[in-house]
Design a protein around this ligand. Structure first.
Ligand code: PLZ
Length: 444
């Protein structure tokens, strides 16, 4: 039953994409809706650790983790074992019909590990967007207010409400409206692009003024924020920003929701990004890395908010699927047993050192930022802060041609981000960074 172990090294044996990938891509063109795109059409056959093996036998270094999902690595033995065992036991009953322990155990883990010592409850869903939708439902139910406040550069999903909450038009919103009402947008703390020297407290005051003027406290159900923005460009707010926003929410009876779907579960070097400044959200949304590649998402929050929702008010056919739940329990175990938060901090040290060296030679690297194993460079025209999205495209494409999966992001499309599996070996990370440095040298 066991697959042969995959060597943790890069090995390119065909042109990229190879002939089998090209064949599959031709079938795809005829069968798959083009609205669903792929950053690089190499079709994957299997994967382990930080290596993807494509259908032509090429071994690629994965510095994206399927967008921050396989933090425990591809085919983590504990996850594989738990999933296999659960599939054979039972795959579905619907928790709303016949409950099972695995769901309860995941909620216990979430309640214990998310920020804050208060009494908590959790509810499980399938996708990040669904978790965000439910967090808003819970906040509205608890407050009896409608207004939802989100930030510039935010990304919260592709469903109708979460599209409304997402800041970027192309590709997420364009021609997909009308959007859900009662969504407001205020300024994010974006140290690289804010006025020089603006503190986190000043940036928070700017956002709070907008909230009070545009929405009004008595209409604001919740403030929703990614503690470090993901798709928007790995924007780390200035210190003091999040605590000041959270304090304003507390003082005004507004529910503070942290969207930790991309930042959660050891990615930033802590269990959650909010831990860094001791910020305690009222509600927190999680997904992605929680279940090591199986679809699972959650809302976790203060018992008094969560308990307010009427019985039957939350749910869904597949939410908290038992196979996903055991994958989550195994992933969390792996994070603890292998100190993956510590691993994320070690990755940060390696990556930021390499990025700083690159920046010396390349003034097109305007900013280096991130936390833990969530690191990025923002590309600009040298001597300016004018975004250079073409450079990002060229560099990402050059990495792909060399067998290293990197991703771009950012409101301006000019940010290259790294989200390696936290179990990546130092040698493989180094090799990936050398390829990226070569791509920067040839394309910038
Ligand atoms: N909130 C903070 O990062 C998903 C999006 C990929 P779903 N980010 C990857 C794409 O282009 O669709 C994300 C996120 C944050 C919510 C979501 C949404 O999570 O599981 O994709 O619905």
């Amino acid at each position: 039953m066991n697959q042969p172990r995959i060597n943790q090294s890069r090995r390119i044996v065909t042109e990229l994409p190879g002939p089998r990938s090209k064949e599959l891509d031709a079938r795809r063109q005829a069968a798959v809706a083009p609205g669903v795109s792929s950053v690089f059409p190499l079709y994957i056959d299997r994967a382990e650790g930080a290596i993807l093996v494509d259908v032509d036998g090429n071994s690629l270094i994965d510095l994206g983790s399927g967008i921050a999902v396989v933090s425990v690595g591809h085919a983590d033995p504990a996850v594989v074992h738990a999933v296999r065992d659960q599939v054979a036991r039972f795959t579905h009953t619907c928790f709303m019909v016949s409950p099972y322990e695995q769901y309860v155990a995941v909620c216990e883990e979430l309640n214990a590990r998310t920020p804050g010592e208060h009494e908590k409850r959790s509810a499980l869903f399938n996708s990040g967007a669904e978790a965000v939708e439910n967090a808003v439902k819970i906040a509205r139910h608890a407050t009896g207010r409608d207004g939802v406040i989100a930030f510039d550069h935010a990304y919260h999903g592709r469903t109708n409400l979460t599209m409304a909450l997402t800041a970027k038009n192309m590709p997420y919103r364009n021609r997909f409206g009308p959007f859900a009402p009662e969504v407001y947008r205020v300024a994010m703390s974006y140290p690289y692009r804010d006025p020089e020297g603006m503190t986190g407290e000043e940036a928070a005051a700017r956002a709070i003024e907008q909230m009070e003027r545009q929405v009004g406290v008595e209409n604001a159900a919740c403030v929703l924020i990614e503690p470090i923005q993901g798709e928007g460009g790995f924007i780390v707010p200035a210190p003091g920003f999040l605590p000041a926003i959270a304090a304003w929410c507390r003082d005004n009876g507004v529910v503070f929701i942290a969207d930790e779907i991309q930042t959660g579960f050891c990615r930033t070097g802590d269990w959650f990004a909010c831990d860094d400044e001791g910020v305690v959200p009222d509600l927190i949304t999680t997904a992605k890395a929680m279940a090591g590649g199986m679809p699972l998402a959650a809302v976790t929050g203060r018992a008094e908010l969560m308990d307010g929702v009427h019985v039957g008010g939350l749910g869904g056919t597949y939410g908290g699927n038992p196979v996903s739940c055991v994958a989550a329990l195994a992933s969390i175990r792996t994070m603890i047993d292998h100190d993956l938060a510590g691993a994320a901090r070690a990755i940060a040290a390696t990556v930021t050192e390499r990025f700083s060296t690159m920046q010396v030679d390349h003034p097109g690297i305007g900013d280096i930022r991130g936390r833990g194993a969530m690191q990025a460079i923002e590309l600009v025209r040298p001597g300016t802060k004018e975004p250079d999205p073409d450079a990002a495209k060229r560099i990402v494409a050059a990495c792909h041609r060399s067998g290293v999966v990197t991703l771009s992001c950012g409101s301006y499309g000019n940010v290259i981000r790294l989200l390696p599996p936290l179990v990546i070996t130092p040698e493989l990370l180094d090799e990936g960074l050398v390829v990226l440095a070569d791509a920067v040298a040839s394309e910038l």
